[in-house]
Design a protein around this ligand. Sequence first.
Ligand code: ADP
Ligand code: ZN
Ligand code: ZN
Length: 734
Amino acid sequence: MKYAEVAVNAPGGHRHTFSYSIPEALKVEVGCGIRVPFGPRVLQGIVVEVTEKPSYPDTRDILQLISSSPIVSPERIKLALWIADYYLSPLWRSIALFLPPGFERNTVIKPKSIKYLTRVPESEKAKGVSAKQRSVLELLSESGGRLPVPQILGQLHLNRGIIKTLLAKGLVVEDEVEVSRDPLACRELPLELPFTFTDNQNLVWHPIEAAIDGQGSAAKPNLFLLHGVTGSGKTEIYLRALAETIKCGKKGICLVPEISLTTQTINRFFARFPGRVAVFHSKLSQGEQYEEWRRIQKGDFDIVIGPRSAIFSPQPDLGLIIVDEEHEWAYKQSDQTPRYHARDVAVQLARLTGSTLIMGSATPDVETYYKAVNGLYQLIELKERITPLGSTPLPEVSVVNMRDEFKAGNRSIFSRLLKAQVKLALEQQEQVILFINRRGQSTFVECMNCGFVPSCKRCSGSLTYHSVEKRLICHHCRRAYPVLRSCPNCYSKEIKYFGIGTETVEAECRKLFPYARVLRFDSDTMAKAREYEKAMNSFRKREIDILVGTQILAKGLDFPGVSVVGIVNSDTGLNLPDFRSGERTFQLLCQVAGRAGRGITAGRAVIQTYNPGYYAIRYAALHDYVGFYESELNYRREFGYPPFTSMVRLVYSHSNEEKCRIEAARLAASIQMLMDEQGAERFKLIGPAPSFVSRLRGKYQVQLIILGRTVHNILEKVDLPPGWILDVDPVGML
Ligand code: ADP
Ligand code: ZN
Ligand code: ZN
């Protein structure tokens, strides 16, 4: 007798498998979909392991196989187990990530098919046939006896009832023929040939090539961090790596942060590998998604490209995984269980399948870079930009202290330097991007005269203004302070509540440069992907002189006409009570500044700030990633933040504020007890405190943050009642 350890689609969110016995007649393998008895019910399951001995003595039989062959490959079953373990998420939810669309609702969509009607030989002699029925039989005879049902009904203007009657009388038979709906009908783009690599590209290429060809040194992992400034030729490296992988008879997966913002990149894949690229995304209907899933599983595509969920595509013979812009937060699933990070899942998948992994970024995540520096990944670098005239330097970045502007009597949101730069660019018929950093929902408070930012007396975290309560609130301890009328430091009354919008900047542009063509561009105005692309195209065609927008502009867009980039307010975000706010600021500034000077003209960037000394701003202005990384790492080490610890965030929400407080206090106490048992000095517990968004859709939210090297040891022992959300390695503390 053999036994199966099964992940069961049962309510309750179990993290363990259930044991079942395998009846002789069933050919059950790891990864098979099955039906099992579970209490009084019959539920879906996926086989995780086949064993000689059950882990639970009293087993019942597996009832049925859902599919004749495994649905999930053995490596991916292992990966699902890792996800359940690492993200402390239910086993079924972790496996479900790998299942075909529709599987859980028991609506495994049949491939699209068309019904055909065939006339039976004796039907001519049939009696009692109505005129309409006869017309169908005649049409069939005229067409060789067989036709698609939709065609018959359409041609004779009949409805389906008549077919049923004919079938019941035994005059016709019906069968179904599967048709391919080909949702991935590839975009037709002119074939593009690879470039001859530059010397720098050759240098980073050699170790990648060796890894793909299986010639890499065993001492070095096949995991690469490709650190290269924007425009340094990283995408070219990805394309060559894919070509090499295909040459070796293998396939690839390429992750991009967001499909709609990366059309340029995706089109390059289509142009280089016509007909061999599948785009994996959720905009397709469920039927189409299923069709696509099946074709990928069959091995129809050499490359699957898509957002974070594409890492779960059933791409067989995997040889290469690419994670473009690996630092992007979009790779983290924050809104539902399992709260996985696609980059970290990609690392595991590469290890389990022996694939080569390339993570690319101009501003690597500090934690990724730390791992690379410590030998977990091979660090490879592209330091120069490639432009139409060979390599041009990175844009020259000026930092303007807005406090000086204020003192000099300039009350505009544009500094004198930025105004002059924009004017010059317009005169020379070059383009301008103006960027507004808008992050978080609250407003930041700052003295315009001396730069003073009010902070909490107890926690030293900066305070944010809550318009509902009309108070300044500390997010660590929830303490509220009255709104400032004057600065406690310099007594100036010029206290500013930040929150410059794109509208303000657009209006100011129209006032200062009435002859310029201005387009405002943010998530409000560009809700639809089509509008976004339209705007991008008219900007590329130079029908627009100044583009005003938010974070969306920081993505990898390539506009050769842009010579000036202005960052109107770089400070929003600096004072957020999140240990990653420095890193975020640095990344944003580098990416935005990187938009300038991608063509022939060298670019210029102007960063406006009230904190010119802030390390993230200083290093961004110098394009000095390593300098930034070192200061950032010192700060993280000092305060015990990742990568020196792991972080877990627990959030509880409830419509009753009191209930929230009590439940959070209860859990905090039990966690504190476990920490004391395991050595209190090894952990840090922050909270309970209200979440940054303290009320969400009418519910109060409280959070606990645990930091420590071995937080898993604690959490495995904690009993989390329903209502708690658990996020391992959260990308935000807010
Ligand atoms: P990144 O992905 O780092 O932003 P890209 O791969 O997009 O960089 O390269 C930047 C630009 O340089 C692109 O327009 C690309 O077509 C071009 N390019 C890349 N490699 C070469 C090369 N070896 N020779 C000529 N042009 C190149
Ligand atoms: Zn406080
Ligand atoms: Zn002041």
